[in-house]
Design a protein around this ligand. Structure first.
Ligand code: C2O
Length: 555
C-alpha cells in the first residue's frame, strides 16, 4: 500500500470573529484545519507536534482503525494525551472505507477549533458518478464560534454544576455570516456553474447542537452518510448531528435572478432549558457569470437574506424523524448491507442527564441546586489516569472495571420518571463491558428524556453499526425486534437517538481493542455520558490488536 504522510502542528492563532480577536487552538494555524485526503487502502501517518502548553489528542472520526486502536485518539481511552512540546505519529491504514469523514481533537472541548475534513477516495468507481459533473465544492463544515476559551467554559461548568455558556455563533467553514454582528465579511460564498451537479461533503463539527441545513430554491439528494453509500433520496433539507457527515448531490438548476445569490442556512433542531445558541448561520451560492453586488466590503450590499423557506423550523421533530426514516444502506451488489441478522448479545442502556448532590459548602447551578451529570445505566464515566487500552494491553485491571451493567438498573419507565429519585447520584467510575472477537452485538440506547429533551448523538469508535430499529417511548424487548429492518438499515458511526425514544444498533465486533461509546454533545461527554467496550483478540494472529507504537505518549 501507499503511505501518505502529514504533519500537524497544534498551535495558537489569533482569529477575529464578531469583531473580537482571540487566540484559538489550531492545526497548522488554520481554522478550520487542513483537509486530509487519501485513497482507500492507503497507509496514513500523521505526525502531530503539540506546540502549546496544554494536553491534546487527535481522533480520526469514523476511521475504523482495524487493529490499530493506538491511533484512535480519545484521551485516556486509547492513549495518554500528547503533552506540550511532544510529538506522536498516528499510523493506520484505511481499509474498506470510502467517503467523507473528519478529524478533531479529542481532549476537553478543543474540537471547537481543532477539526477538519478527512476524505477517502474510493477504490471502485463512485456509484453516483454518472450524475456528478463537479467535485470542486469544498467541504462544508458546521461549527460554533466561542468568544471565550472553551476549555474554561468546560471547567466552569464542571466546577459549578450548571449548564455551560453557549457559543456565540454557528459557522460554515469558520464563518458566521451576515446575520451575526460584524460578520458580513466573514461569510461563506461558493460559486457554481449553471447546469452542473456537484458533490457536497457536509460535516457537523458543532459542539452541542444538531442542525438543519437547506439551500434556497435547491433540493439535495443524499447519497452517503458517515462514509457509507445510501439509496439516493431527494430532500428539501437535511438534519445532521454533531459527529455525523452527509454527502449530497446539488444541481445548479435555477435561473439566477438579478441578485444571483441563493442563501444556504444552518440552524439548530432543538434548544432547551439551558442557554443554548438558537441563532442561524448563512452563506451563499453564487452562479458563475452573473453579476452581483460586491460582497467583500462589509457594506449593506447583500441581496436580501431571507432564510430559505425550505429550512425546517426549530423543534420540527416531524421533519427530523422523516429525514432519518428515509436513510437506508445502498445494499447494491458492490456494496451489500452486512447487517448481522441474528445476535449473540444484547446490551440495553439508558442515556440521559442526571443529578448529583451539591458538595457541602458549595453552591451549585444545576436543577434544584444540584450538579448536572449525565450517565449510561446510571453510571457516569470518569476518565482513568492512564489509558484503558494501555491497561488492557498490559493486563492492569486496576484502572478500570469491566462490569458496565448490561441492563438498566431498574424497570425503566421514561414517561413516569421522577427526575430526582430516578436519576440521582449516579455511580462514578471507569466502566466498560467486554465481548469476544466476532460477536454479533446489539446495543439498545434508551433515552431517559430527563430535564433536557434532545436527541443524543451517540458515537461508537472502531466500528460502524447498523440502525436496525428506533421508536418513541420505552424499548419493548418482546415486540420491537419484530419490526427491525434487517434488509437495508442505515450504516453509520453516530446515531441521533430520538428524543424520548430509543434506537437499536447492531455491531459485528471484528476490531480488537478498547472502543469509546459516547454522546457527541460535548457537554454530555464531560458529564459522563460515555462508556466503552473491549473487543478481545480473536484466535488468528490477524485478529489481534497490534503492539503499541514506541512513541505512544506517557501519562
Ligand atoms: Cu468524534 Cu469520540 O468522537
Amino acid at each position: 500500500s501507499t503511505t501518505k504522510r502529514f504533519h500537524f502542528s497544534v498551535e495558537w492563532k489569533n482569529v477575529t470573529r464578531l469583531c473580537q480577536t482571540r487566540r484559538v487552538l489550531t492545526v497548522n494555524g488554520k481554522y478550520p484545519g487542513p483537509t486530509i485526503a487519501v485513497n482507500e487502502g492507503d497507509n496514513v501517518q500523521i505526525t502531530v507536534t503539540n506546540n502549546v502548553p496544554r494536553n491534546t489528542t487527535i481522533h480520526w472520526h469514523g476511521v475504523r482503525q482495524l487493529r490499530t486502536g493506538w491511533a484512535d485518539g480519545p484521551a485516556y481511552v486509547t492513549q495518554c494525551p500528547i503533552g506540550g512540546g511532544k510529538t506522536y505519529t498516528y499510523n493506520f491504514t484505511v481499509l474498506d472505507q470510502r467517503g467523507t469523514l473528519w478529524w478533531h481533537a479529542h481532549f476537553s472541548w478543543q474540537r471547537a477549533s481543532i477539526h477538519g475534513a478527512f476524505i477517502i477516495y474510493p477504490r471502485k468507481p463512485f456509484p453516483f458518478s454518472n450524475s456528478v459533473q463537479s467535485y470542486n465544492f469544498p467541504p462544508i463544515i458546521f461549527g460554533e464560534w466561542w468568544n471565550r476559551d472553551v476549555e474554561r467554559v468546560e471547567n466552569e461548568m464542571m466546577l459549578y454544576g450548571g449548564g455551560p455558556n453557549s457559543s456565540d455563533a454557528y459557522t460554515i467553514n469558520g464563518l458566521p455570516g451576515p446575520l451575526y454582528p460584524c460578520s458580513t465579511k466573514d461569510t461563506f460564498i461558493q460559486t457554481i456553474e449553471s447546469g452542473k451537479t456537484y458533490l457536497l461533503r457536509i460535516i457537523n463539527a458543532a459542539l452541542n447542537e444538531e442542525l438543519f441545513f437547506a439551500i434556497a430554491n435547491h433540493t439535495l439528494t443524499v447519497v452517503e452518510i458517515d462514509a457509507v453509500y445510501t439509496k439516493p433520496f431527494t430532500t428539501s433539507a437535511i438534519m445532521i448531528a454533531p459527529g455525523q457527515t452527509t454527502n449530497v448531490l446539488l444541481t445548479a438548476d435555477q435561473v439566477p435572478d438579478s441578485t444571483a445569490m441563493f442563501v444556504m442556512a444552518a440552524r439548530p433542531y432543538l434548544t432547551s432549558v439551558f442557554p443554548f445558541n438558537n441563532s442561524t448561520t448563512i452563506g451563499f451560492l453564487k452562479y458563475k457569470n452573473t453579476t452581483t453586488t460586491n460582497f467583500e466590503t462589509n457594506k449593506p450590499l447583500l441581496p436580501s437574506y431571507t432564510l430559505p423557506s425550505n429550512l425546517p423550523a426549530m423543534k420540527d421533530t416531524r421533519f427530523a424523524t422523516q429525514f432519518s426514516d428515509n436513510l437506508t444502506s445502498l445494499g447494491s451488489k458492490d456494496y451489500p448491507c452486512r447487517v448481522p441478522k441474528t445476535i449473540d448479545k444484547r446490551v440495553i442502556t439508558t442515556i440521559g442527564l442526571s443529578l448529583q448532590d451539591c458538595p457541602v459548602n458549595q453552591t451549585c447551578q444545576g436543577y434544584q441546586g444540584k450538579r448536572f451529570y449525565a450517565s449510561m445505566n446510571n453510571r457516569s464515566f470518569i476518565r482513568p489516569s492512564i489509558s484503558i487500552l494501555q491497561s488492557h494491553y498490559h493486563n492492569l485491571t486496576t484502572t478500570f472495571s469491566s462490569n458496565f451493567p448490561e441492563n438498566p438498573p431498574h424497570v425503566f419507565n421514561y414517561t413516569g420518571v421522577d427526575p430526582v429519585t430516578e436519576n440521582m447520584n449516579t455511580e462514578f467510575g471507569t466502566k466498560v463491558f467486554e465481548v469476544p472477537f466476532g460477536t454479533k452485538l446489539e446495543i439498545v440506547l434508551q433515552d431517559t428524556n430527563f430535564l433536557n429533551p434532545e436527541n443524543h448523538p451517540i458515537h461508537v469508535h472502531g466500528h460502524n453499526f447498523f440502525i436496525v430499529g428506533k421508536g418513541l417511548g420505552n424499548f419493548n424487548a418482546s415486540k420491537d425486534p419484530q419490526k427491525y429492518n434487517l434488509v437495508d438499515p442505515p450504516e453509520r458511526n453516530t446515531v441521533a437517538v430520538p428524543m424520548g425514544g430509543w434506537a437499536a444498533i447492531r455491531i459485528y465486533t471484528d476490531n480488537p481493542g478498547v472502543w469509546f461509546i459516547h454522546c457527541h454533545l460535548e457537554e454530555h461527554t464531560s458529564w459522563g455520558l460515555a462508556t466503552g467496550f473491549i473487543v478481545k483478540n480473536g484466535k488468528e494472529p490477524f485478529q489481534c490488536l497490534l503492539p503499541p507504537p514506541s512513541d505512544l505518549p506517557h501519562c
